[in-house]
Structures are given as structure tokens and as C-alpha cells.
Write a protein that binds this ligand. Sequence first.
Ligand code: ACO
Length: 382
Amino acid sequence: MTTMPSGPVLDKGLANTIASDSRMSFIDGQQGILEYVGVDIDSLARHSTFEETVFLLWNCRLPKKSELDGLVAQIRAEYDIPAPMWDLIRAVPKDAVPMHVLRTLVSALSMFDPEVDDASPEANQRKAVRLLAKTPTLIANFDRHRKGKPFVKPDASLDMAANFLKMLNGEPATATMARALDVCLILHADHGFNASTFAALVTISTLSDLYSAITTAIGTLKGPLHGGANEAVMHLLDEIGDMSNVESVIRGRLERKEKIMGFGHRVYKAYDPRATYLKTFAKKLAEDTGNLKLYEMSSKIEEIMAAAVGARGILPNVDFYSATTYYSIGLQVDLFTPMFAMSRIAGWVGHCIEQLADNKLIRPRCEYTGPHGVKYVPIDDR
Ligand code: ACO
């Protein structure tokens, strides 16, 4: 960090900047602790549901039963998408990348929401529910469209995870798979001022609308240094192919100073608590489905990384074991990051609403490093 003459501090990557405050999630990167509004992430993964976690994040307390029932009813009532959106999905090229599709379709949803530019807290709450509830319908039905399968309408008798899997596969999911996805949604729901949340906050801080903020966030999540890492992990496992190749591929990459996706974190220098949970979960799912190969290869990668760079705090992050978990649930690789988005919408909108309650335009400075006093020379004389 260096200090500019006028006072502000140059902090590339904002690694040492606290941009604002939040009541939503607490992260202790040295101890490996993550809490949503004070509730430990492990307890939530074991005992909560995604919908209850959403209530917690949006209201900063756990709900009473009637309050949870109320939110669940609101979400389910918003599962379906406006009629023209089905035509829009049909118009999407079948080979489009799902994250591009999601970003575009979420942006398009705004045109069918009469409250899009109503910034009252009540309207924002309703839009938050709509964004959360409709995203699974967009993702699942784009996947059906690209596979040439008929659309499946959402089922309002199911929770978000089971409803998504039913739309995706055209048949009800087993309770184990629906719960597995539910837990993944809980674990990915919020994480402080990560890159995509911060991007959403920059957008909402200009007093733009919630759809614009979430569209910004989806574009930011897509990158392989952020949410896109879960897909990159799967591509790495594919490239390795077999247990016998793990050592040579990982060591080769490290020697070439290439990053191993799914490892390292800006905040965690201890084991990411979400990865702790997902590791056990990935193993259980792999055993249940009888396909342990990817889990065993992942374990071996972790072992090699621990010996090589573990002491520097480069440990598995949430994306590493979520890759094998999503694979066991039967999701296609390019849907992994959309799954992350489907969950993180909870955090994105929660933070945006928090920002609006005490808004200040987010507008940092940059340190100019170009020349001064350059004479303008007419183009023909250059
Ligand atoms: N594999 C190997 N080396 C790594 C890794 C990795 N995955 N991550 C960091 N390092 C090394 C870097 O090469 C660098 O080494 P150097 O000091 O010798 O140059 C050092 O650790 C610091 O790395 P930075 O990238 O500068 O650290 P930063 O805090 O900016 O990065 C990040 C955090 C982007 C997550 C990084 O660890 C990374 O690129 N990981 C791989 C991508 C990934 O898994 N992203 C998902 C993160 S979780 C999430 O967003 C949901």
C-alpha cells in the first residue's frame, strides 16, 4: 500500500479496504469461521433449509414458523416467469454459455416487472423474491431448450432445490439429491463483500435498480477467479483423467506457476469452512452414487497441494469440493456456476437492500500514472 499525496491509500485489489459495514455474514479467515448473522455455517448446513437461510440473511434473525411459511409461500408464488420469457428462452442459441444466458435472461426479466424502478423498500423486497424465485426456472428451462426437450413449468408444491431439479430433469428428484442441492444453496448464499457482491453494490449505490445490480453481479461471478472456479475444477479433473496422472499434472502446473483452481482465497488463510462441509458431503454423495473416482482424485490433489503450498494458506475453497458435489447431483459442468448464482442472489439482494438503507455512492479514486502537459499535435503533423 502506498499513500497518495491527497490522503487516500492506493490498495490494488482492495485487499486492505473495508468498503462499508454489513450485518449479514461474518468471516474470520485466520480461524476458518463463517457465520450468517451470527449463526455458524455448519449448523445451517446441517439443520436449516435454503429458504430459512434466505429469511435469516434478509431479516437478520431466524424466522418463527409462520414467518418462514410466509416467505416460502411468496417465493413459490413467484416461480413462474412472464409468458414472453419462455419465447426469449426459445430464441437463445442452443450452444450459448449458461452464465451468458443467465445474465441476459435476468436482465430481460426487468422489462416485465412493473416495479422495476420503484425503489421503495416494499417494492425491493418483492423484487428480491422474484429474482430469487425465477432464476431456477430460467436456468433449468434453458438447459431443457438446448437439449431439445419440452419446457417443464415450476412446481409450487416443492422447495427451491427440489423444484429446480424437477424442472431440469423432468422428473422428481430423490430426497437425497434435493437435500444435497439445498445444502449447496445454503453454503453459497452469502460471503461478505466478495467480488460479485461488491460489483452489485457499486451498481445499486448509483441508485440504479435491483435487476441491474444482479445482472452486474452475475457477470462478475462468471470469472474463473471467482464463481467460475467450480467449473474450472471439473475441467481440471477431466484433464487429469485418472488417479495415476494426478501427481504429474498438479506438480507440472505448480512448476509452471499456474494456479490450481478451487484453491486459495483472498480472505481464508485457514480451511474454508464451506469446503470442510462440502468435502464430507462430496464423499458421502460419491459413496451413495457408487462413483468415488472424482472424489478420490480430488483428495489426492488436496494432499499434494497441502504439502506444496498449504503452509502459505493456499487451501481448498468452496469451489473445490462443490465441483464433485454438483457432479454427483448429476448437473452438467456448465451449470455449476449458475447454481452458485441461484444461491448467491440471496446475498446479492440482501446486501443491495442494506446498501440502500444507508447509501453512499461507491466511487474510489485511481492514482494517475500517465504524463502531464502533453502538447496537442494536429493529426497530420504526428
Ligand atoms: N494455486 C496455486 N497458487 C496460488 C493459488 C492457487 N489456486 N492461489 C494463489 N496462489 C499463489 C499465487 O500464485 C501467488 O503466489 P506468488 O506470491 O508466489 O506470486 C500467491 O498465492 C497469492 O495469490 P494471489 O492470486 O495474488 O492472491 P489473491 O488473494 O489475489 O487471490 C484468489 C485469491 C484469486 C482466489 C486466488 O487464490 C486464485 O486465483 N485461486 C484460484 C481460483 C479460485 O479457486 N477462485 C475461487 C475463489 S472462492 C470464490 O470466489 C467463490
